[in-house]
Design a protein around this ligand. Structure first.
Ligand SMILES: [Fe+2]
Length: 204
């Protein structure tokens, strides 16, 4: 029997108010316990009728998405992407561990010139997304870093890229506290990037 299906909502590695005052408790509660949970539930619902894919890991479903039958592919794109993107997003924030370090810091300096230039590019990418989507720091198969913008819940895994940092700019991630001020939310997100988690994802 499957070791993945049914998928469960991953717990966030901090209390619901653990990112205050940068990201507020009410937003984390709604975002994680309602939105993230809904992606998990809808992914499980989509897989109900496809037992032959129920032993695939979430990463495999997203990486090998073009091997799926059309109807399932569309659901995995939306809801599987929604689960994985939020897994990376929520585990990628913390109070503490907020200084880049190690091999990831070296790679960022090499690719972007400095950490400040990297942050500036990430901010611009996130601010420039029209509608709902994400800015990601990703690595390719040769460990080369880049910043990409995605729309909706497309996973970088489906483009052969590994997400290192996920910056969710769907309105549900900031509207309660920041209303229309997406740039203020982005500034606050950058302050709570969990660089230990990012380093682990880079080295994995
Ligand atoms: Fe979200």
């Amino acid at each position: 029997m499957s070791k993945n299906y049914k998928f469960k909502l991953k717990e966030i590695p901090y209390p619901i108010d653990g990112l205050e005052p940068y990201i507020d408790a009410a937003t984390i509660d709604l975002h994680h316990n309602k939105h993230h949970q809904a992606y998990v539930d809808n992914l499980n619902k989509a897989l109900d009728n496809y037992p032959e894919y129920q032993d695939w890991s979430l990463e495999k479903l997203l990486t090998d998405i073009n091997e799926l039958p059309d109807k399932l592919r569309i659901e995995v794109e939306k809801h599987g992407g929604g689960v994985h993107n939020h897994d990376v997003y929520f585990a990628g924030m913390s109070i503490g561990n907020n200084e880049p370090k190690g091999k990831l810091l070296e790679a960022i300096n090499e690719e972007f010139g400095s950490i400040d230039e990297f942050k500036d590019k990430l901010k611009k990418a996130a601010a420039g997304i029209f509608g709902s989507g994400y800015a990601f720091l990703v690595k390719d198969k040769d460990n080369k870093l880049s910043i990409i913008q995605t729309s909706n819940q497309h996973s970088p895994l489906s483009f052969g890229l590994t997400p290192i940092i996920a910056l969710d700019v769907w309105e549900h991630s900031y509207y309660l506290k920041f209303q229309n001020k997406r740039a203020d939310y982005i500034d606050n997100f950058i302050k709570v990037i969990n660089w230990d988690a990012a380093l682990d994802r880079y080295l994995a």
